[in-house]
Design a protein around this ligand. Structure first.
Ligand code: GDP
Ligand code: MN
Length: 396
């Protein structure tokens, strides 16, 4: 997961890297108040999870609190490469003498980390790297050895950074290892007019697979909840791989590949999928129950298609999950289930025994998708009839 600049700034600060004083706000009025607290003259910075904010007009200097308010008003709501700006950081401006680049990233192919350092940091770093790759040093870091003082000095020398940066280099490495990050990048890392080494920007990507060993980590993505669909927020909390789409057929399957092809087959049948939900390999009855409950709560869903090819996931566990979900959720929409593979016969028998009028079984993926599509379309036209009928009544 990528962090926002202000979140990365916090991690850097907690590990002893100098960062400008700053506040995060979501209204222009609050930006003005923050500017007053920060001494009047401030930099207003769009908080979006993409780079190149400066070039896109998302980073601006404001001379006084009134200008800060105007500037924040202009930046809030701006679209930067498809990301809407909901918050800005109001930061104390730094007098820059020199801009440098410093980052650590994982080099998967080499099974090592890579330090990247350049004396020519700032907004043109991509052009520098493309045109004069020799100006951007890349130094392998053995994860077992880490960044010793000698290693930090080697990185500084290779990148042409002043000696004074070695402490910061080691601290960035600590941020990376302590938080299980895949990327820690500071561009620009600056030398100020008074000679201090300050991180003017920060980009951190955390390894989602390491979250279990970071129990004290704040829920960084809570900040995104507003931008997210409420069903996606609920799915994330339940640990489900769910993406909301704009059609009417709820789709649940096991394995991303199978779910993707199910979406295509549904579309091929003249309907549109309402979601992507992968219950994963080895899914338990509970996961199935959670997933079905979620999809049924989507008001756009007119029918649900469960497509499971049992491998590690046993079809009888999926069927149990459906039965369990129906204990707590009243089924008001038709459900088409296709079970194949591991324990398919047992799964089908469980659903047969359930004998629910809205639960249909199909033998093939194509047959199941066609049925679910047909049921969604007829449910939609029935709903249209009802609303037409009720509007007739109200008109009368
Ligand atoms: P990015 O464009 O998304 O990487 O956003 P940055 O946070 O890196 O800001 C863009 C540029 O604005 C930086 O490369 C700096 O050159 C400049 N900048 C940001 N904050 C300050 C500041 O406090 N003082 C000065 N002089 N320049 C700043
Ligand atoms: Mn930057």
């Amino acid at each position: 997961m990528d962090l926002y600049e202000h979140q990365a700034r916090e991690l850097l600060h907690d590990n002893g890297v100098l960062v400008p004083r700053a506040e995060v706000v979501d209204t222009a009025e609050a930006a003005r108040a923050a500017a007053e607290r920060l001494g009047g003259r401030v930099v207003i910075k769009a908080q979006v999870k993409t780079g190149g904010r400066g070039k896109a007009g998302g980073v601006k200097l404001a001379d006084d609190p009134a200008a800060a308010e105007l500037t924040a008003r202009r930046i809030l709501g701006m679209d930067i490469k498809g990301h809407t700006v909901h918050r800005v950081m109001v930061a104390e401006p730094v007098e820059v003498a020199r801009e440098m680049y410093l980052g650590f990233t994982l080099d998967r192919a080499a099974g090592r980390f890579l330090a990247i350092a350049s004396a020519e940091g700032g907004m043109e770093i991509e052009e520098v790297a493309a045109r004069r790759p020799e100006a951007v040093a890349r130094i392998a870091v053995d994860p077992a050895e880490g960044v010793t003082e000698a290693k930090a000095a080697e990185i500084a020398v290779a990148g042409g950074l002043p000696r004074e940066t070695t402490e910061t280099i080691r601290r960035l490495w600590t941020v990376l290892t302590a938080h299980d990050a895949l990327l820690v990048e500071v561009n620009p890392l600056v030398v100020t007019r008074s000679g201090a080494i300050v991180a003017l920007d920060g980009k951190v990507t955390l390894d989602d697979n390491a979250r279990f060993r970071q129990p004290s980590q704040p829920s960084w993505d809570a900040a995104d909840d507003r931008a997210r669909d409420p069903l996606e927020t609920r799915a994330a909390a339940a640990g489900l791989g769910y993406v909301k789409l704009d059609g009417q057929v709820g789709v649940i399957g096991n394995g991303a590949g199978l779910v993707m092809s199910t979406l295509d087959v549904v579309a091929g049948c003249g309907a549109r999928p309402a979601d992507f939900l992968d219950i994963g390999g080895g899914a338990s009855a509970q996961v199935m129950a959670d997933g079905l409950g979620l999809v049924l709560d989507d008001p756009d869903v007119r029918s649900v298609l469960v497509n499971v090819f049992g491998g590690i996931t046993a079809c009888d566990a999926v069927a149990d999950g459906i039965v369990r979900a129906l204990d707590t959720v009243t089924l008001t929409k038709p459900l088409v289930v296709r079970l194949d593979g591991n324990n398919a016969a047992r799964g089908r028998a469980i659903l047969g025994q359930l004998a629910h009028p809205l639960v249909h079984q199909a033998d093939t993926m194509d047959g199941a998708a066609a049925r679910a599509a047909e049921l969604a379309v007829s449910a939609a036209s029935a709903a249209a009839d009802t609303s037409a009928a009720s509007s007739d009544t109200s008109a009368a």
